[in-house]
Design a protein around this ligand. Sequence first.
Ligand SMILES: Nc1ncnc2c1ncn2[C@@H]1O[C@H](COP(=O)(O)OP(=O)(O)OP(=O)(O)O)[C@@H](O)[C@H]1O
Length: 580
Amino acid sequence: MRTFLRLSGLILPYWPSMLLAVMLGFLTVASNIGLMGLSAYLIASAALHPPVLDLMTAIVGVRFFGICRAVLRYLERYVSHDATFRVLGQIRVWFFAGLEPLAPARLLNYRSGDLLSRIVADVETLKNFYLRVLAPPLVALLVLLLMVFFLVRYEVKLGILFMLFFLGAGIGVPLLVKGAGRNAGRRLVEVKSRLNAHLVDGIQGMTEIIAFGQVKTLCGQAGGLSQELLALQRRVAGISGLSSALTGLLMNLAMWSVLVLTIPLVAAGKLKGIDLAMLALAVLSSFEAILPLAVSLHYLDESLAAARRLFHIIEAKPAVLDSAPTSGEKPQNYDLQVKGLRFRYNGLGPWVLDGLDLRLPEGGRAALVGPSGAGKSTLVHLLLRFWDYQEGSICLGGRMLNDYTQEHLRSLVGVVSQRTHLFNATIRENLLLAKPEASEEELRQAARRARIHSFIQSLPQGYDTYVGEGGFKLSGGQRQRLAIARVLLKNAPILILDEAASGLDPLTGQALMGEIDELMEGRTTLIITHNLRGLERMDQILVLDRGRVVQQGKEEMLLKQEGLYRQLWQISQDALPASS
Ligand SMILES: Nc1ncnc2c1ncn2[C@@H]1O[C@H](COP(=O)(O)OP(=O)(O)OP(=O)(O)O)[C@@H](O)[C@H]1O
């Protein structure tokens, strides 16, 4: 019920259009009743050969209702679909805005295909809620009132009889369909989502799937889910056919009963013979309002399942909340101080950072090194407030980190990571992401400083070249240079380089260090790296192991000590190619 009310609440801003659509729907069915009833009356009257003039009113009426029916149906479809698509557009924006504060911490629990399925398929499913669940019962109710009012004027029993059949078809059949469907609507939504998630996962990991010869397994799993979906769709189609047959049966039985009741009235002279056909056809055509009701409970089931999946995500509490209204102020300086920092990803898990200390003055350069899983990237997540820490403190410019809004904090930090995401857009659009208002000259200047300008110029379409999905048309080094150009454009006072040169061959990696040097100029810089070459330029190196700083100092000093840094350095030297 709560989901139903919440979903209905989303259309509140559009209620005038929805109400208009219901009125137009009612008038369309009423026109059909008028058209059929009057046509029957006209044919019956004509059989008695009256003067043509006597038939003129009925002839004009038939034309009027015929035209009205077509025009009103068009208007009803136009208004209801226009309002519905506006509501869906609004829901998409609302859902996307709700997702943003949940990224990345809360969204890690969902498969990307599942999220895609929610934002596309589930939102699309909701169109049935407005078109096939809410409007048809209201139209049917108005038609019921109209017909009962019309029929009791002839005979009270006629009105009661009609009401029984109408309610039987309008309430009984949908309940029967719901029972026979056994939650088919909800299961359809679930299976569609599983199939979507499976296919998106498969497409994203296609290279690995081919490389490991798992194409058949993937196709088999997709085939299994498709079969499940097909079986459900078959059941829904079968039920829908059955419901149409039942409604048709009740509709014809209603007409037959009306005839059984009215023929004796004609014989008794209480009803004109020419009214007989009119009443029968009016009753028959009024069931047009009932037809959409047969599957409305199925659509209600489906819509509520889709809405629950959307609300479930939106209602999740973000991992990080902005608390300080005054946090838009510029910090006094860009000193970074971390004291006794303790953090774990979930309440019962192990501490990933366990009493970490770090002091990095404005403009200083620190490198964070250590074995895999030591917690280096986790510190970056905390510095960017993707998660909030549990104990200790992080201060920026003398103020606690959570005094800054997430937006403000992130505007102060430029990040180059190993997995720079490039959008499937042009080089220019990818660069402008960092500073949408940047001029052409600023763009070129940043590219020059990142030493990628000449390469871009050499491309036939220059800055308007499309980089492909994830930037696959560029080499690893070129992608990283674009990432550096982006950060140069952003011109943030704090810089974080998270494995910015890893995954590149030693020569490219080394060449990139020149660009990175340029980038670090005048910025408070934290570098995370497994590559221990070039660290002599850092003011300090912190060696992290199992969430704690186990060694700290200049490289020269660390190399003199027995300890983890020397071990790591030794391993990295052994791994170097002989020529380098
Ligand atoms: N989102 C997460 N949820 C739960 N645990 C996580 C999450 N991200 C990382 N971890 C765990 O936290 C620990 C530290 O991970 P982190 O990525 O910070 O290490 P790292 O030092 O950066 O490693 P690498 O050098 O391999 O990138 C690991 O044990 C990892 O499994």
